[in-house]
Design a protein around this ligand. Sequence first.
Ligand code: GLA
Length: 363
Amino acid sequence: MTIKIKAPGRVNIIGEHTDYNDGFVLPFAIDRYVEVEVSPFKKFVLTSKLYNQTVEVEKNERRRSWTDYVMGVVWALEQAGYRVEPFEMQIESTLPTGAGLSSSAALEVAAAVAIVKLMGHRIEPKDLVQICVKAEREFVGVRCGVMDQFTAVFAKKDHAILLDTMTMDYEYVPLNLNNHEFVLIDSNVKHELASSEYNKRRMECETILKTLKKRSFRDLTEKDIASLDPTLRKRAKHVLSENERVLKMVSALKDNRPMLAGCYLYESHASLRDLYEVSCDEVDFIVGYLKGRAGILGARIVGGGFGGSVLALVRKGFIDFNFEDLDREYRKLFGRSIKVLRVSSSDGVLFSHLISPGSESAT
Ligand code: GLA
């Protein structure tokens, strides 16, 4: 028996570094995927077409490489009581890695669904999300929030998801952009710093709560954070203002006000650059270049930061004739090229693979 599953990457419209702070996010899944094909085998053997590697791995073996995303899922499934027998897995991807589009969560979710199906288990979608998050946090070692895995599972075509990461309540928000569209510009800066700096930001946020003796960022006000030291105050200010921007963005989308939506993107970028300090020169250059140009409504860095992609809201057709100028300037300054990715929204595995939302128990 062979099982084939694909899970999408994601773009977060707004709400960056809020998902591990009990905040709001507004992602949608894109039509770029990680696809896995899995069949029973006598050992765990994983093949990555991207890295052109076939590796035999032991259960629970951490190799500090791409195999950890799959073996982390195996580990987390077993921790949750789902037995996993050895298998052979082939991994293919149309999702660029290191571009801030969440290729790791897509791999985890595709692998988890494929393994669960191969083993004949059934699983609640929300449990599937938590198993993939646990794999990334405790096996891979990046203390991520829940947004990426949640999106790869719950996303719905033509919609973004407003997710409250405190309650896990969510609402689908139609992506009515009329004659505008989202475009991704990959800076080609791989965000290698991301995992260590990411964990550092998380620790800073924990220190903020401890210092102010609060349980959640949702209990914090601007007044509370005034007493923090300057760095922590900047971090807290980003989280508080970004949460407000998510809700304002939802209203702008619902009220059909793309110009306003664009302003929130620029505001979010400035906050990520100056307060949360997770941008880099290359990405700042791209956003700065786009700002104020006709047809560009807004732009910002997406994902964990320190490279990756810029999300721009543009008038349809605009980017085609201006992208070459940007690329030329960028190459002159940074010695590398940008890549424009036109993406559409897509379904998460819940809809594309019809995972049953019915309650099932582990074996
Ligand atoms: C990474 C993490 C997410 C989220 C973003 C920043 O993509 O995996 O959980 O924290 O960074 O918003």
